[in-house]
Design a protein. Structure first.
Ligand SMILES: Nc1ncnc2c1ncn2[C@@H]1O[C@H](COP(=O)(O)OP(=O)(O)OP(=O)(O)O)[C@@H](O)[C@H]1O
Length: 321
């Protein structure tokens, strides 16, 4: 049964739960929540709020909320892509969940890719609109070692994962977030790694066909076009087409990689030799050496991943266009 058919209690105010990561954007999310909370009270909009206490907690809270009721529930993420990643992993097995968010992180690629409400008033107007239909999107499922992890934006293996892991571990992230320059730190770490990164060879099997790529900068399996804080790496990725889009950048010099990241702004990178763009429903990627993997910007393991698209797996509430 398609998820959409399970949306019940249409035409009346759905229960709304906010999950707030108070540490996202170095506390910026908490400030945003305090402003939002005031507007919700003013609008007389009933809601419940839950605060995360540690990594992984958003998934746990989501499962707990969704397993306690069988009617449709709206869950609003107040945090960044990491918080959404956890909420989506918690919600995927519950067809009565509708997810939405407001950007309160540093990269915010989910908001870009899925047209999330841009500010408090857009979010509140979406939540107040009882006739608003959710949109059904695909998710990616990955098996990495013993772990199964879902992703909503993308899975990446290689330099992108190395950079996002370094950023997440870095003490500088919070300082950059404080001055609202969270995206800049990704660029700085990327430039720092550009001439030292040891590029592995990677075997890619796409829907049963195996190809070998040498000196791979990164492989990204994308559900929507953006990664790394607004870089439109996979312009052909469509979140509801039942497919994922794989971008492989291999066998080019560091300077040419810089060119890839310049041309990415108008999609010109897809015309560069050794930048591949392929649609798929099932793939495996295996690296010749230990190579980091990220899912939605969070560290997810190393070197080998099996990736499958889960068609029409999640209901989201985008902003009104
Ligand atoms: N109470 C908490 N204390 C510490 N870490 C937390 C807490 N709640 C959640 N986390 C972790 O915080 C991390 C960062 O959150 P999130 O990604 O939402 O914000 P961000 O890093 O500012 O944004 P972005 O991912 O868009 O760059 C996540 O890995 C999440 O698991």
């Amino acid at each position: 049964m398609e998820v959409k058919e399970r949306i019940e209690n249409k035409g009346r105010q759905l229960p709304i739960y906010f999950i707030i990561n108070p540490k996202a954007q170095n506390g910026g999310s908490l400030k945003l929540w305090r402003n939002l909370e005031r507007v919700l009270y003013r609008q007389n909009l009933p809601f419940q709020a839950r605060f995360t206490e540690c990594p992984g907690h958003a998934a746990e809270i989501t499962r707990h909320i969704l397993s306690s009721e069988s009617h449709t529930i709206v869950i609003v993420s107040i945090g960044g892509d990491g918080t959404l990643h956890e909420i989506i992993n918690g919600a995927a097995d519950f067809p009565h969940a509708i997810i939405t968010n407001i950007s309160a992180g540093s990269a915010n690629d989910f908001s870009r890719g899925f047209n999330s409400p841009k500010n408090i008033s857009e979010l509140v107007s979406v939540l107040l609109d009882e006739k608003r239909e959710p949109s059904l999107i695909d998710l990616g499922e990955s098996s990495i070692g013993e772990k199964k992890v879902l992703f909503v934006n993308s899975l990446g293996m290689g330099l992108d994962a190395e950079v996002s892991n370094m950023v997440n571990r870095s003490i500088w992230k919070k300082y950059f977030n404080t001055v609202k320059l969270g995206k800049l730190i990704y660029i700085l770490f990327f430039l720092r790694m550009l001439f030292s990164y040891r590029r592995p060879d990677i075997l890619v099997n796409i829907d049963g066909v195996t190809s070998s790529y040498s000196k791979v900068w990164f492989v990204v399996a994308a559900n929507q076009p953006f990664f790394g804080g607004g870089i439109k790496i996979a312009p052909k990725a469509v979140p509801d087409d039942g497919l994922l889009n794989m971008i492989i950048v291999h066998n080019i010099s560091p300077l040419k990689l810089l060119l890839v990241f310049i041309t990415v702004y108008w999609g010109g990178h897809l015309g560069i030799k050794n930048v591949e763009s392929l649609s798929f429903s099932e793939a495996t990627i295996s690296s010749s050496q230990e190579t980091a993997i990220q899912t939605d910007g969070e560290a997810a393991g190393n070197s080998h991943a099996k990736i499958t698209v889960l068609k029409g797996k999640l209901n989201i509430l985008p902003r009104k266009l």
